[in-house]
Design a binder for this molecule. Sequence first.
Ligand SMILES: C[S@@+](CC[C@H](N)C(=O)[O-])C[C@H]1O[C@@H](n2cnc3c(N)ncnc32)[C@H](O)[C@@H]1O
Length: 384
Amino acid sequence: MSLTQVLHHQALLQDSIRMTAYHRAISEVVRPGDIVIDIGTGSGILSFLAAKAGARRVYAIEHGDIINAARKLAEVNGLGSQIVFVHSHSAAAEIPETADVVLSEILGHFGIEEDALAVSGCAREKWLRPGGTMLPAWLAINLVPVACPSVWEAIIGFWQRGLHGVDFSALARLAHQTPHLHDCTSAVGVAPPQTVARYDFASVENPPAVLDYSAEFMVCRSGTLHGLVGYFEAGLSPGVNISTGPHAPLTHWKQMFFPGEVPVPVEPGDRIMCRLKRGQGGVRFWFWSVVVTRGTKRLGQTIQFAPAMEISPRMVQVTESGYVPRLSQAGEARRRLFELSDGRRTLGEISALLYAEYPTLFSDMADARLQAASWLWRLLAKTP
Ligand SMILES: C[S@@+](CC[C@H](N)C(=O)[O-])C[C@H]1O[C@@H](n2cnc3c(N)ncnc32)[C@H](O)[C@@H]1O
């Protein structure tokens, strides 16, 4: 476990809005004697709160090494006998009983990035007893077109202004094609926000590989459109909701800002048509477009950003289902490494063979050994 991982969890634990909401929801939902499953326990905090709420047993699933810290914290806090730690990805985890409550906090900055939908759906099917409770219960993905000069200046204007006499404007293009994680609490909506998707965790199935959201906004106040703000709302329990919107108290999730290339003045009655699409497979990038119309005319300065990232055509091509992959030499070396890792050979023997077979890939034998160890690191069986 690295210090970076601990700092990541510290930021989560320091987010008092998140912590208070989850604490209240767990107190509301977990009954004495319940069996609870916590997916992605991290530091263990939600499992500890469930145990303190009276859960008979909590299964705390976590695939990262942070689980070792969680296990230790459970012992220090006298909760060790109530919590069973499962060091695994939830898809591979085995739990010997059904649960009254399946809880998780695997919400990304835009709600869905951490595979919350697929992971929760799978956990519900495998472990939740009929009539049991999912926490969160639902997730809504929201968009709002905004005026936010300071955010836009910090993200796009910075590159356009030049720096110490050097023209950096070429990078503005990249910046405006990228969604930014930013504090957008100063943003003012030029139209009411809209929910572009709502997922109910009691019934959510595997989400489609390509997420495709669209919305049409009617401008209700004069202002300058600088971009879109994306955020989520989650219903943790019947009495507890959490919002990461620009109008809500700031959380560690902040907001996702989809900036425009140029600010566009808008007036009441103008329409803003947005489409937001997330690619499939490894290309988890957002593509988006925004078209502003006044009456039947497109406004002179139409904002169009697609693709939303500096993605090479090749990157898109290799995620197509018809693409026929063929390994590079480095890929061949990895495949050979996996074949050789048969539970009998030592790393020294394996790296000697690799170095002999792929001499141009490594500077020396020690380099081959270190590379092999790093390629294998996350894939090693836990028992020798
Ligand atoms: C945002 S953190 C939340 C940690 C903790 N539950 C909390 O509320 O502070 C999400 C954690 O879930 C883990 N995680 C994400 N998806 C997982 C999965 N499908 N199976 C196991 N662990 C997962 C991550 O490694 C990370 O530690």
